[in-house]
Design a protein around this ligand. Structure first.
Ligand code: ATP
Ligand code: MG
Ligand code: MG
Ligand code: MG
Length: 571
């Protein structure tokens, strides 16, 4: 049965209400009194003091759908976005909590009932796996959880055991802690890391997706590291709403769910992707441009294949909710993370051909989709859009002069990489291909590569060119993947010094496009430049300008305004 994201959220909260839980509204993304935490990153954050016994509430069971951002600090999924199907910077964590009330038996029984029972989510049990704590560092194996899962009917071979890294939770070096159990869903062999290759649980992160984490707070760790049993153990659980939606909507990726598709479509419209997006048919046919005005006719799956659209959709949600909760773009702390998120979104808009403000328009789609659960967006949307637009305009000026050059440099890096790999490969073949043909193909590859088309597009492009047969294409793709194109440090330094492109912006751009950024070379070029500047300073006014500055074109130097804060490179 199809269930919308909103329906799943509501069903979850209602289920736990029937089990005596108080429905509590999500807390702000800016943690109320926890300066150690960058952003709220889990449902339990707002209850931290309750778990510690420092605060008392008039309920001992609660359920929430908590706004979370994992884009910095201990949990950082920023760099996963665009690359995995299951990570977002902003997501909703559904949770149920027991403050010294029920413990392991009920927590496990509730979770299993909710996801498998015919009256609730009705997920087939043969798609599910669970994990338990195997015991480590003097803490015993979680026998109790193992037996409770067995009692629910989970076959022993579907209960896997892991150590502290995955299955032991702690609030800090001291304080409440305990083992956890995670529930995974098998997306099927078509969703495998290498499609069609059947790998068992634990060896394929794309296929087996963690949907729910149950934390059993049963110990208190003292300053010596000794664990004491808590007199009243507690429960903290977290389930990703977007992942649940993917499971229940029968899709492999969170980005294919109704929580994302309106955003992806709108991003495609706003960025003029209709004109720039090319679709191969995967069979080696020539790609074709999508004519204007036909976004509705495009197979959504093709749009979702585009990493830039996924990144923009994700970052629009994060930026909207962060600003709505009071964060403003800045050069340090929370505001700096927000700025990075916005700038990455802006960068991907440009990759799709949009250099005017567009992220501000995404705000209203986020509001329309989410105002039911988060009514605060109704009131904040206009303010949020203004903040985003200001950032888009300001940053647009900073990168105006340099972003074209950066694109050229990245695409040259991809070109060189392809050319080297393909010509070497071709030379080892019985019939080497003509150089000019490889050059032409390298140009095409560079275009695809730097526009972040997925591998499939690249491979079918190669086949389409008729230069290599399908097996050779597979070999070549593998070779291309086994090393990375490099953006040289000298080139990057030139862009930095001449056009004022921020260092971390270039690093992000390179990484997003699978290009290695030669930071060492960059630092060296910078050191040399500083040495030259010092030398020429001593040598008097005659040659005081460095070579790079002598070549300076007429540019707007606003980019230098925020280059350093407390001596640290931030922009
Ligand atoms: P993963 O191993 O997949 O990164 P996690 O173990 O880091 O997940 P938890 O800290 O256990 O995640 O959070 C509880 C639940 O929240 C997860 O089981 C998952 O469903 C969801 N979740 C965690 N991180 C993300 C994210 N970046 N985007 C979307 N959902 C997430
Ligand atoms: Mg994680
Ligand atoms: Mg995990
Ligand atoms: Mg987990």
């Amino acid at each position: 049965q199809y269930r919308s994201g909103s329906d799943i959220r509501e069903t979850f909260l209602r289920f736990f209400e029937t089990k005596g839980h108080r429905r509590v509204h999500s807390s702000s993304l800016v943690p109320a009194n926890d300066p150690t935490l960058l952003f709220t990153n889990a449902g339990m954050n707002q209850f931290k003091d309750v778990f510690l016994g420092l605060e008392h509430r008039d309920y001992s069971r609660a359920t929430t759908s908590q706004k979370c951002v994992r884009a910095g600090g201990k949990h950082n999924d920023l760099e996963n976005v665009g690359f995995t199907r299951r990570h977002h910077t902003f997501f909703e964590m559904l949770g149920n909590f027991s403050f010294g009330d029920y413990f392991k038996p009920d927590a496990i029984a509730y979770a299993w009932e909710f996801i498998t029972s015919a009256s609730w989510l009705c997920i087939p049990t043969d798609k599910l796996y669970v994990t338990i704590f195997k015991g480590e560092n003097g803490v015993p194996r979680d026998e109790e959880a193992y037996n409770l899962w067995l009692a629910q009917g989970v076959p022993a071979e579907r209960i896997h055991e892991y150590g502290s890294k995955d299955n032991f939770w702690q609030m800090g070096d001291t304080g409440p802690c305990g083992p956890c159990s995670e529930i995974f869903y098998d997306m099927g062999i078509e969703a495998a890391e290498t499609p069609g290759v059947d790998k068992p649980f634990g060896q394929d992160d794309a296929r087996y997706v963690e949907i729910w984490n149950l934390v059993f707070m049963q110990f208190d760790r003292d300053a010596q590291g000794t664990l004491h049993l808590l007199p009243k153990p507690s429960i903290d659980t977290g389930a990703g709403l977007e992942r649940m939606a993917a499971v229940l909507q029968g899709v492999h990726s969170n980005f294919e769910t109704d929580l994302f598709t309106p955003l992806i479509k709108r991003a495609a419209e706003l960025c003029g992707i209709r004109n720039t997006y090319f679709v191969g048919d995967g069979q080696g046919a020539a790609p074709r441009a999508i004519p204007p005005g036909e976004v509705e006719k495009i197979n959504l799956a093709h749009l979702i294949q585009n990493a830039s659209l996924r990144i923009i959709s994700d970052h629009a949600r994060a930026a909207t909710f962060l600003i709505s909760d009071g964060v403003l773009p800045a050069n340090e702390g929370r505001g700096y993370v927000l700025r990075k998120i916005l700038r990455r979104g802006i960068r991907h808009g440009r990759l799709l051909g949009q250099d005017k403000p567009f992220m501000r328009d995404m705000v209203y789609v986020v509001r329309d989709e989410m105002e039911g659960a988060f009514p605060e967006l109704v009131e904040s949307a206009d303010r949020v859009a203004r903040v985003i637009e200001a950032e888009e305009r300001q940053f647009g000026r900073v990168i105006e002069a340099g972003s074209q050059q950066l694109d050229t440099a990245l695409s040259e890096a991809a070109y060189g990489h392809f050319f080297r790999v393909a010509s070497q490969y071709s030379q080892n073949q019985p019939a080497p291909r003509p150089n000019a043909a490889i050059e032409a193909l390298a140009r095409q590859y560079a275009g695809f590569f730097t526009r972040r088309q997925e591998k499939l597009g690249t491979a079918s492009e190669l086949a389409w060119a008729g230069l290599f047969d399908p097996k050779a294409v597979r070999d070549l793709v593998q070779l291309l993947d086994s090393s990375k194109p490099v953006l040289s440090g000298t080139t990057a330094f030139h862009l930095y010094e001449t056009f004022g492109l921020p260092l971390d912006f270039m690093m992000d751009a390179a990484r997003d496009q699978g290009i290695h950024f030669d930071l060492e070379g960059f630092e060296q070029a910078r050191a040399e430049e500083q040495a030259r500047a010092r030398a020429s300073w001593k040598g008097g006014a005659k040659s005081s300008a460095s070579p790079a500055f002598r070549e300076l074109p007429k540019t707007d130097f606003e980019g230098y305004m925020h280059l350093r804060v407390d001596g640290a490179e931030v922009l």
